[in-house]
Design a protein around this ligand. Structure first.
Ligand SMILES: Cc1cc2nc3c(=O)[nH]c(=O)nc-3n(C[C@H](O)[C@H](O)[C@H](O)COP(=O)(O)O)c2cc1C
Ligand SMILES: [Mn+2]
Length: 486
């Protein structure tokens, strides 16, 4: 059974001892961030701050901030189970014969059941505030780091419709509080929300926007999923939940919003209007510099009677978003394998902050295959931002830490094995000479073939003979040698 809303998920976490209620009064200015940072780095629970200075609303944070909580949020028992579930839907073969067709029925009904459905009565609209009644100052929005330009809403589901196709996009884009009824809208230029905004700007039209704060965990998660433009995040959330996301018409804009959300902000973005946004202590572990971004004018705040404000902080890894990134890596691995079939495994270490480092293991079949894989990655969706790609042979553990370093570094001749390309880089990358444009490097650490011009023999790896190993296994207890973990 899917979690109905945020409160249901928090209740489940509390039952499992994975949520701590903090009753001590704390400030949303830096204090909650410092507590949440210590909690996530120490492997602590999700937190619910019940007394937040300056606001009547409690603050929930770190709800996704462990591997186990992330799986619980998506109601997935293990990643293997997920691979099987996705395979079921990705299998492109049409059903054959009567038996095949019968077998396909549950697939079709399961799919039909997850399409978003529209409902009339929405919990997120128990209270509706419009006009002068709108005051974002009543929300317990965190100021996360000392040099931040102000408070930022960090976990909103920003909902917009494409001006041409009418298709809905949902993205998580931070929103800096600019005043009682305005925020920044930090959709980076490569993201779907920004793409839709360009469409409105071309037509000189105002763009309607809704931002939902605090939904059931799969729906929140869907906003960060790197789906192709045009594919609905709400549909993806329904698939994750195994149950449709109930949507309701917003009160002052022509958009559908998650009916079970805690809070929804409704409003618009004017074409070509920009305002300074940032600095913001970002998930790179450094402050993102200030820059000009669109402005979200809030015309209505709708909410539950007693809403919970859901948020997160980003900063020096590991942070909550690292666990969300890990889930993205694992959820999308089967899809990546379908598009780039030589990939057997893939890993984005958390200190690589999503875009700085990807390690892929490939089933190498032809000369230059590793380089082909790099270019395929640089040519696919948000993987285009990957600054460093390390390609190893199948069988090398991409999560292998020191062993991975040993294998990869022994296998390379840098002048021969490094591929440097130019292209789009993540907007948050501060090391590239130009914003959004720079270079990327691929390292081919696969074993080289003679067809690739490598004519020397490749040495055998050192492995003890099995008969000796067996003999020493038997002898070992009698040797009296005590081992200790290093
Ligand atoms: C906590 C958190 C905050 C994020 N903030 C932003 C942001 O401010 N701007 C942005 O463009 N992407 C941000 N992202 C990443 C996007 O949500 C992600 O790229 C998503 O796929 C965008 O959706 P889209 O593909 O529909 O544009 C954030 C992700 C997380 C987990
Ligand atoms: Mn999208």
């Amino acid at each position: 059974m899917a979690y109905r809303n945020l409160a249901a998920f928090l209740e489940a976490l509390e039952e499992r001892g994975e949520l701590t209620r903090v009753r001590e009064p704390v400030s949303p200015r830096l204090e909650i961030a410092e507590i949440a940072d210590r909690a996530v780095k120490g492997g602590g629970p999700a937190l619910l701050f019940e007394r937040v200075e300056g606001s009547a609303m409690p603050v929930a944070i770190n709800v996704f901030a462990s591997r186990r909580r992330m799986l619980e949020a998506l109601e997935i028992a293990s990643w293997d189970e997920w691979d099987a579930r996705l395979e079921f839907f990705l299998d492109p073969s049409p059903p054959e014969g009567l038996l095949g067709k019968l077998k396909a029925i549950p697939k079709i009904t399961e799919l039909a059941a997850v399409f978003p459905k529209t409902v009339r009565a929405a919990a997120c609209q128990e209270v509706v505030e419009t006009g002068d009644a709108v005051d974002l100052g009543r929300l317990p929005v965190l100021t996360c780091w000392p040099q931040d330009a102000g408070p930022f809403i960090t976990m909103p589901l920003v909902i917009t419709n494409d001006p041409a196709t009418g298709k809905t996009n949902v993205g998580m884009y931070r929103m800096q509080i600019h005043g009682r009824n305005a925020t920044g809208m930090h959709w980076q230029k490569h993201k779907d929300g920004a793409g839709q905004a360009r469409g409105y700007e071309r037509e000189g039209r105002r763009m309607e926007v809704a931002a939902a704060i605090g939904c059931d965990p799969a729906t929140v998660f869907s906003a960060i999923a790197p789906l192709p433009p045009g594919l609905s995040e709400f549909l993806f959330a329904g698939f994750l939940r195994g149950e449709a996301v109930p949507l309701a018409p917003a009160k002052t804009v022509d958009l559908l919003v998650p009916a079970e959300a805690e809070i929804v902000l409704e409003g618009y973005v004017e074409p070509r209007e920009r305002r300074r946004e940032g600095p913001f202590g970002d998930h790179t572990g450094f402050y993102s510099l200030e820059d000009d971004f669109p402005v979200f004018h809030v015309t209505a705040v709708t909410r539950r009677e007693s809403p919970i404000y859901l948020t997160t902080i980003v900063g020096r890894p590991p942070m909550e978003d690292g666990f969300m990134g890990e889930a993205v890596e694992r959820l999308f691995l089967p899809l990546v394998k379908k598009t780039i079939p030589e990939i057997v495994d893939m890993h984005l270490p958390v200190h690589g902050i999503f875009h700085n480092l990807m390690i892929v293991a490939i089933d190498k079949r032809y000369p230059g295959h590793a380089r082909k894989t790099m270019h395929a990655i640089w040519g696919t969706g948000q993987m285009m931002f990957t600054k460093t790609i390390l390609v190893v042979d199948a069988g090398v553990d991409v999560r292998g830490g020191p062993e991975l370093l040993w294998r990869a570094l022994t296998a390379i001749d840098p002048e021969r094995d490094v591929e440097i390309v130019h292209g789009p880089v993540d907007e948050l990358d501060f090391a590239s000479r130009l914003a959004c444009y720079g270079s990327k490097v691929g390292i081919d650490a696969t074993r080289k073939w003679k067809e690739e011009g490598f004519l020397r023999p490749w040495p055998d790896e050192i492995v003890m003979s099995p008969d000796v190993k067996r003999k020493i296994d038997r002898l070992w207890p009698a040797l009296g040698i005590k081992l200790s973990a290093r």
